[in-house]
Design a protein around this ligand. Structure first.
Ligand code: PAF
Length: 283
């Protein structure tokens, strides 16, 4: 498994691919790879000659220093997992903070037409500026034809699409379905940090989302929201940060249902000190 640690070396490789008319799929990650990442990479392999996987814990998207420090860093294991998928068609780009940011570890400020102010944007200060900064930079370095993002971070997916549209970046952003454990928990690198009792409790999130979806057929968004809040208020281990139903185009919370709009329910929950997010399509 070839690992590039700096953009100069990667650039030589990318130039060669371009000269040989090879297509590049790109899966940006922060490492601690799991089967959710693997499904994005497999989709990338079906649609491209080569898949570049970046492994980079991006400091500018963390609003919580402790979360950044504790974020799992498992490059050797990540490379092992990737080599079980393909040794010849996947390469890793695992840059240092300096390779990406030089000595200016700061994010650029982006305008995503308001998408950034909803949901995660309310709870994670500066998060989407950090995401936009790193994703734009990685696109410029990797120069992919297509890039793959999971729907678990649905707001991130919409924001990256907006970034590409507004900055005319020559890449197609492909959204991929949420990959779940057998018990329904959405795959996340953070899951490995859950204490056993919290891991057992966590599928309650998806179970509740499914019931909320059922209820939304005949109830208002407000009623469903109140119901979800009451379920978590009774829960001993999981603490609800937010649940809301939003229009997928604007990500604004739904006030009145319209059958011309497409809705999704979004949730953020604390399991001890681990923050888990999930979402579900409603119609
Ligand atoms: O979703 C993630 O893991 C990160 O936000 C991303 C897209 C790799 C940017 O750091």
């Amino acid at each position: 498994m070839k690992i590039y640690y700096n953009k100069k070396e990667l650039n030589i490789y990318v130039e060669d691919l371009k000269a040989n008319k090879k297509t590049i799929g790109f899966v940006p990650t922060m490492g601690a790879l799991h089967l959710g990442h693997a499904s994005l990479i497999e989709k990338g392999l079906q649609q491209n000659d080569i898949v570049v996987v970046s492994v980079f814990v991006n400091p500018t998207q963390f609003d919580n220093e402790e979360d950044l420090v504790k974020y799992p860093r498992t490059l050797k294991k990540d490379a092992e997992l990737l080599s079980t998928i393909s040794k010849s068609k996947i390469v890793i780009y695992a840059p240092t903070v300096e390779d990406i940011y030089g000595d200016h570890v700061k994010s650029t400020s982006f305008n995503y037409d308001g998408l950034e102010h909803e949901m995660e944007g309310r709870f994670r200060d500066g998060h989407f500026d950090g995401v936009g900064t790193i994703v734009k930079r990685l696109f410029e370095i990797v120069r992919p034809d297509k890039s793959y993002f999971g729907e678990k971070d649905f707001q991130q997916l919409m924001i990256v699409k907006k970034l590409v549209e507004k900055h005319h970046l020559p890449v197609e952003v492909v959204g991929c379905k949420i990959h779940r454990a057998k018990d329904g928990l959405a795959m996340s690198s953070r899951n490995t940090r859950l204490k056993p009792e919290y891991r057992v409790a966590a599928p309650f999130i998806y179970k509740t989302l499914n019931t909320a979806k059922e209820k939304f057929r005949t109830n208002s968004a407000n009623k469903v929201t109140k119901w979800v809040e009451s379920q978590f208020a009774k829960h001993d281990l999981l603490e609800l940060e937010y649940f809301l139903i939003a229009d997928i185009d604007t990500l604004k919370t739904a006030k009145r249902k319209s059958n011309k709009k497409t809705y999704r329910a979004f949730i953020a929950v604390y399991a001890d000190d681990i923050r888990l997010i999930d979402n579900i399509a409603l119609n």
